[in-house]
Design a protein. Structure first.
Length: 301
């Protein structure tokens, strides 16, 4: 951390706060998408700084798959109390019960793909015209194609070939009725930037980002947390391993990494020498070469 360029982190902070304030100024009903992961936690922290001493002037939205890590939900609820903001929860289970989506079957079944319908329904129900998210360009190749302001049509779909230019930090939020925007204020951050900023700002993080013992199974090169949500083959034997998570999502597709990192300093050292991206631990991204881009075109985060 001592060798990291702190002035560069402040430049990233200033850019992101500018974009967050721009969203609040341009749109009538913005919201912050909150997964409980480090990037959405960072966005909540930046939003608090953007409007201090006032409260954050928009709600947080969590799309609940029903297969969350318990630690994530505990952290989410504690943060909402600390921020004093409204939390909107969209339930994938409700979408299943209403027949809008169909539960996947088989050993690799996951609810992660089902989130899109729930997200779009939640945005429509609450008339959200700009949903901010913590996606970064270094995470995955499809996300590298995004602008800061990502226009979505009346069906919530994204066309990567028809995006608006963003010259000189001028953002065009004009839209037709029924359309909305996804906005990514930390697009220019890297995973290393995020962790160094978290360390600099002393932001409390969910415990599963740090090393702990957890029962896991090995599947297709990924360590998945053993849970009641996971369909386990007879050949898959649970092992108690010393792990942590680099990214947080649905328990059925979020992989752990072997790690002894029990502090922010340890995590920063670990990330600096890692040869795998954090999304490399996500089983849902491995379904096809274009898995993420296909989901984004349909309206996914």
């Amino acid at each position: 951390m001592e060798n990291y360029n702190l002035s560069y982190l402040r430049e990233l902070e200033a850019e992101s706060i500018f974009i967050i304030r721009e969203v609040a100024a341009q749109f009538e009903k913005p919201a912050l998408l909150f997964s409980g992961g480090k990037d959405s936690i960072l966005l909540a922290h930046l939003s608090r700084k953007a409007f201090h001493p006032a409260k954050i002037p928009f709600p947080l939205i969590h799309i609940d798959t029903g297969h969350n890590f318990p630690e994530t939900l505990t952290y989410r609820d504690d943060l909402i109390k600390a921020l004093g903001v409204k939390l909107i929860v969209g339930s994938v289970q409700d979408s299943i019960d209403q027949g809008k989506v169909k539960e996947e079957k088989g050993f690799d079944a996951s609810r992660n793909m089902l989130q899109t319908v729930t997200l779009l329904d939640t945005l429509e129900e609450y008339k959200i015209d700009a949903a901010m998210g913590g996606a970064r360009r270094d995470e995955e190749k499809a996300r590298a194609k995004e602008r800061f302001f990502s226009h979505r049509d009346e069906f919530g779909q994204w066309d990567p070939k028809n995006q608006r230019p963003e010259l000189w930090n001028i953002f065009n939020g004009k839209k037709n009725p029924g359309e909305h925007f996804r906005v990514f204020p930390i697009s220019n951050w890297t995973e290393m930037d995020v962790w160094n900023y978290i360390h600099m700002e002393k932001i409390d993080m969910p415990v599963i980002y740090f090393t702990h013992k957890r029962l896991c199974i090995r599947r297709n090169g990924t360590l998945l947390a053993h849970s009641d949500y996971l369909n386990i083959r007879e050949s898959e034997k649970p092992e108690m391993l010393q792990v942590r998570f680099r990214t947080i999502g649905d328990m059925t597709c979020t992989g752990a990494v072997m790690s002894e990192a029990n502090s922010l300093e340890d995590i920063i050292k670990e990330v600096s020498i890692s040869r795998q991206t954090e999304r490399g631990t996500r089983a849902d991204d491995k379904r096809s070469e274009s898995a993420m881009e296909d989901r984004k075109k349909e309206g996914y985060f």
